[in-house]
Design a protein. Structure first.
Length: 276
């Protein structure tokens, strides 16, 4: 019997959720791919299979692309195990690669789904306006090498807030799927020579944050007007928007759910009682 596998008469199937951080530099994104287990989901599922003796499908709050990082990804899995959530956390961290870490685990309602129950997500994109980035940060920021007009970027960002058709800001647009999303905030936050573009919304399209960032960078460079965002939203044409910023500067920062499931804490997500 594999470690953590339940006994014959035990009924221990529970829905366990994870708060994760990972360096996406060497991975082909979150989602498991046929014939390729070099993904975050694939690595998690392989360790869970080792732990329980059977394949365990993990659901994530969203699919980060190849090279994209996370400080607050949320996932869940239904497990048959006698192990406590703390023991599951310890086991995962023992066998996962060093660039994937489980920060917390929690027992959540059986119906909880990390993607379907998510209310909003926050992404952060980091740009360095210096000519050369610090050596030990260079893999996690986009080195632009020029100063940007922050106020113009902030003016442009205002037009992106609210509910809009973001068809101009995605790749692989499908006629069958809506490209309407709601952004609660788009902030431009300076940190010395570093600039953070922080976007919070109810959902995101493929490459949406990276294209939004590339377009805002072009505003900051004076290559397009700050008041052009409204027209871009109306046209819903990817060819009219800016470049796709490199994956390395993007982080999934936080996923927010109904407070009946858990509360926010100073050290990340603190899971509370789920009275549903």
């Amino acid at each position: 019997m594999a470690i953590g596998q339940k006994g014959q008469n035990a009924e221990m199937k529970r829905n366990i959720s994870f708060l994760l951080e990972y360096d996406g530099s060497r991975y082909d994104g979150w989602q498991r791919q046929a014939g390729n287990d070099n993904t975050i989901q694939g690595k998690l599922e392989r360790v869970l299979e080792k732990m329980t003796g059977t394949f365990q499908e993990v659901d994530g709050s969203g699919r980060t692309d190849a090279g994209v990082h996370a400080k607050g990804q949320v996932a869940n899995v239904h497990l048959d195990t006698e192990m406590t959530k703390e023991e599951v956390c310890t086991y995962l961290n023992q066998y996962l690669p060093e660039d994937i870490r489980v920060l917390q685990t929690a027992i959540v309602p059986d119906r909880f789904h990390s993607r379907l129950w998510a209310r909003e997500k926050t992404y952060g994109y980091w740009i360095d306006m210096a000519q050369k980035s610090p050596v030990f940060q260079r893999k996690y920021i986009y080195t632009l090498g020029e100063r940007l007009d922050v106020e113009a970027m902030r003016q442009a960002a205002k037009a992106l807030c609210g509910t809009h058709d973001f068809g101009s800001f995605c790749t692989g647009k499908s006629k069958k799927k809506s490209t309407v999303r709601t952004l609660r905030s788009v902030e431009i936050i300076p940190h010395g020579t570093l600039l953070e573009v922080r976007v919070t919304g109810d959902g995101f399209l493929h490459n949406m944050v990276r294209i939004l960032t590339g377009t805002l960078v072009e505003v900051g460079q004076g290559k397009r007007e700050a008041d052009s965002m409204g027209q871009l939203l109306k046209e819903s044409d990817r060819r009219k928007a800016g470049f796709t910023a490199p994956a390395r500067g993007l982080f999934l920062m936080e996923v927010v759910y109904d407070k009946k499931v858990f509360d926010q804490g100073t050290d990340g997500i603190v899971w509370g009682p789920a009275e549903l």
